[in-house]
Design a protein around this ligand. Sequence first.
Ligand code: NDP
Length: 679
Amino acid sequence: MKTLQSWIGGTWTGETAGQTLHSAIDGSGIYATHGEALDFNLALSYARQSGLKNLLAIDFQQRATILRALAKYLTEHKEELYAISSHTGATRGDSWIDIEGGAGTVFAYASIGTNEFPSGNVMHEGPALALGKQGVFSGTHILVPRQGVAVHINAFNFPVWGLLEKFAPSFLAGMPCIVKPATATSYLTEALVRQIDASGLLPAGSLQLIIGSTGNLLDLLEETDVVTFTGSAVTAAQLKVHPNIIRRSIPFNVEADSLNCAILGPDITTDNEEFDLFIKEVVREMTTKAGQKCTAIRRALVPAGQLDTVAEKIRARLDKLVIGDPRLDGVRMGPLASQAQQRDVLASIHQLAEGNQIICGGAVPENLQGENLQHGAFVAPTLIVCREPTQNQVVHDIEAFGPVTTLMPYRDIHEAVALAAKACGSLVATLVTRDAGIAAMVIPQMAAQHGRLLILNAQATPESTGHGSPLPQLKHGGPGRAGGGEELGGIRAVKHYLQRAAVQGSPTMLSAVTAEYVRGAAMLESDIHPFRRYFDDLQIGMSLLTHRRTVSEADIVNFGGLSGDYFYMHFDEIAARESPFGKRIAHGYFVLSAAAGLFVSPAPGPVLANYGLDTLRFIKPVGIGDTIQARLTCKRKIDRQKKDAKGVGQGVVAWDVEVTNQDNELVASYDILTLVAKK
Ligand code: NDP
């Protein structure tokens, strides 16, 4: 039997066998944890000295590039993980969520890093605000790497995704990670980390793995560190009040078990397609990963008159489910991850069933597909009906972390919302409705108690990602019982691993700190037009003040003819006189176009493309006879390490544009986004 090893201080550690880990399929011993205790002083000093140093020697963009390469590597080597994953009880489909879902999340964070982060290691959370009338004192916010270590404690149900979904945003933020997977399935996480090591892609010290106990790790953490936890609410409650965590105000993010629900809307009848969608969603959530998903539907709420029909339809579908050895084709549901979980789930079913009716399941299933499964951790999919859910609090409290759902009736939609809230906070809720009015009334109320809300109807179904799937782009985590934490949600997850500071000072100082031009800061003006400079030579603050142009009536008439925009404000002398401006004014888009005419340098040069425009505001009207002038200033440079088809390197440059009138008043303000060639 292979002994698993921790990866601490850059070395695979652990020789003597400790606890035996069993296959969920047949209960046979397959791996052992190592018996040696780990030196967490060593782990932390390696993370702080090597990991941090190496991660901060590169920037957001470079770390995003590494994540992309890592995701690709893991995708290429996924079959090795699939082979091991089945021992956790996962079918091929279940493993897909864990393994390819994990790699997909890393890909997503690579793109988020490339598209939404700057070069360097300071993220400007602007815009800067003038704090006085003279414009010599401003304030803004920056986000910087915390210069600490992220400790991730994970649950047993997603040994691959669980590590990667927390690692990717931490890594992007520049935080070395020490990861402790749940022991029961740590063999799969170990295999993943061995692949990551073999890829050679990560800077030394950016990731370490603990097999077994965290020992005194939490005692040794410092103010700059963070802890994230996924698992039971009981363990979370115990760990988050660890004296060192409290004393040093170490952020502790919790994603705990919760009693998520799905509501069949009062508008849905058995004739509607949505009725079957509801049944399918409930059954899918009960059986995928044998119900061992923190997001699974634990409570299904239906109009009282539909209760028996829904129960019968769910039971009929579950009857057809093939349960057994997850390695076999045709098997749709495997065992739970361990015999300990099997015992826990059967005990929870027992508690849930008291005073309620078990419609199907409730025990170890018979008729398993496969050989030698008598010691496997199987539990039959179990549907319980609770007819008095307003009286019975147990069904809103006890989470059976397996293929178990309680079906309950409601009298009207208000009672449904009240029942949903009885779980005191959950990760996700689904509302199945065809009626946008119901959704508009119910969803904002439920949003206070549920981390994610899926509104399911026939129109959304072809592309629906389902009730149970957290997505990298959307927040994962819920209030109250669900732990009160947040993960994923695109850029938000990375920000959890960065430290925000407000910075005040003169615009020149803020520009220097944020690496972003702040209006009022010193500018660099020269005879060379900024559009004639290569990416490498451009500096933040390089600026051009253009010649002027007086706007004529002919301009307005020509622009109207060209664009087809004959809005009365530009063409109807009488109506325009009665308008708030009191006169005919130029089209805003004419002002933009005229400004471009003022600032472009027309000959071919390093500026390759203008690909957009941000934060556009037309601040004052421009009338016939007004004279406009533009100032173009290099605001921000991002090196995405990209090359064009001919191999020419290029970077993104954002330019601050101010268009003023003859009285030096700002008439239009925006950023233009360009691609600029490197030398
Ligand atoms: P636990 O809360 O016991 O364990 C979660 C993680 O915490 C594991 O890595 C575990 O390690 C670790 N841990 C436990 N005690 C400590 C400690 N004192 N110090 C440091 N780390 C610790 O949950 P389980 O995995 O045992 O699952 C139990 C229940 O949790 C499930 O039945 C389910 O209800 C819920 N759950 C919720 C999940 C969610 O995503 N919200 C996911 C999985 C489970 P070790 O394995 O070594 O004990």
